[in-house]
Design a protein around this ligand. Structure first.
Ligand code: 13P
Length: 287
């Protein structure tokens, strides 16, 4: 069922679990995430960065692929298709292409500019029944060439952005994209609690889900995180399973060179990683 992400996240906040946003890169990725979510009866958000959208042939292609796959695979659980870290222009393109959810990341602008642009996009997306995520306090690390240091969001600024009518808020609490460095200081639960106090019943989003220790994930959910984004971890498991296929020279046996055979172990590895995440986030049987 193709839906926006508002209702599933309000439900998650109420019931104290988190919905996973798993970023997709191609058809195999999409199929692996959809089928795992359906098997486990979990709501799911498919994340698409602007780079991934371009890679797949454009946002319209992605939307058509996801909607057709939901239909042809008989996916009944709620599925939202969400732009990840969108620019203003990218957000508009996704609205046009029929995404059910968008993120506008104005965290690198001044707070006034972030407010102005977020407000415009809230109006446009809500007219189209599309949910919208905004960001305060840049998430660190590197994604699609965008580098940032793991900031701690200013709770007052979070309140200003939350009051614009957005549906969920990404607030930096020391989290970063990609692998965490050995000297990472961990999540700032103090910042998270202060943000929560300011924004009340607004579902909060935790980016950089790869590599955060389980106890920190659970505590973040307890403190009001309702959506957790995971990207790198699926890429790592896909890469490692694919490497093994070639190391074992399976491509040289029979028709092992068939792309459907080559991609199969990576596909299964993604399914396994998604299963682990849905279990940890507590969203199994919540659809
Ligand atoms: P990771 O790549 O660290 O899992 O982060 C994903 C993310 O936050 C996407 O927005």
């Amino acid at each position: 069922m193709y839906v926006n992400a508002k209702e599933m996240l309000c439900e998650a906040l109420k019931e104290h679990y988190a919905v996973a946003q798993i970023n997709i890169n191609n058809l195999e990725w999409t199929k692996a995430v959809l089928l795992t979510s359906e098997e486990l009866k979990s709501p799911i958000i498919l994340g698409v960065s602007e780079g991934a959208g371009k890679y797949m042939g454009g946002f319209k292609v992605v939307k058509e692929m996801v909607v057709s796959m939901i239909e042809s695979l008989g996916i009944k659980v709620p599925v939202a298709l969400h732009l990840d870290h969108g620019t203003y222009e990218g957000a508009k393109k996704c609205l046009e292409a029929g995404f059910s959810s968008i993120m506008f990341d104005g965290s690198h602008y001044s707070i006034d500019e972030n407010i102005k642009l977020t407000k415009e996009l809230v109006e446009e997306s809500h007219k189209m029944n599309v949910s919208i995520e905004a960001e305060v306090g840049a998430i660190g690390g590197e994604e699609d060439g965008v580098k940032a240091k793991g900031e701690h969001a200013n709770p007052e600024e979070c309140k200003l952005i939350a009051d614009l009518g957005i549906d969920f808020l990404a607030a930096g609490i020391g989290n970063i994209h990609g692998k965490y460095p050995d000297d990472w200081e961990g999540l700032s639960f103090d910042t998270l609690a202060k943000v929560k106090e300011k924004v009340g019943n607004m579902p909060l989003v935790l980016h950089g889900g790869t590599g955060i220790p389980e106890d920190m994930i659970k505590k973040a959910i307890d403190l009001g995180v309702s959506k957790i984004n995971v990207n790198t971890e699926c890429q790592l498991s896909f890469a490692s399973a694919t490497r093994k296929y070639f190391e074992e020279k399976k491509d040289l046996v029979g028709k092992g060179y068939d792309p459907r055979k080559i991609l199969a172990p990576g596909y299964e590895a993604i399914k396994e990683t998604v299963k682990e995440k849905l279990t940890l986030f507590g969203s199994i049987n919540k659809a």
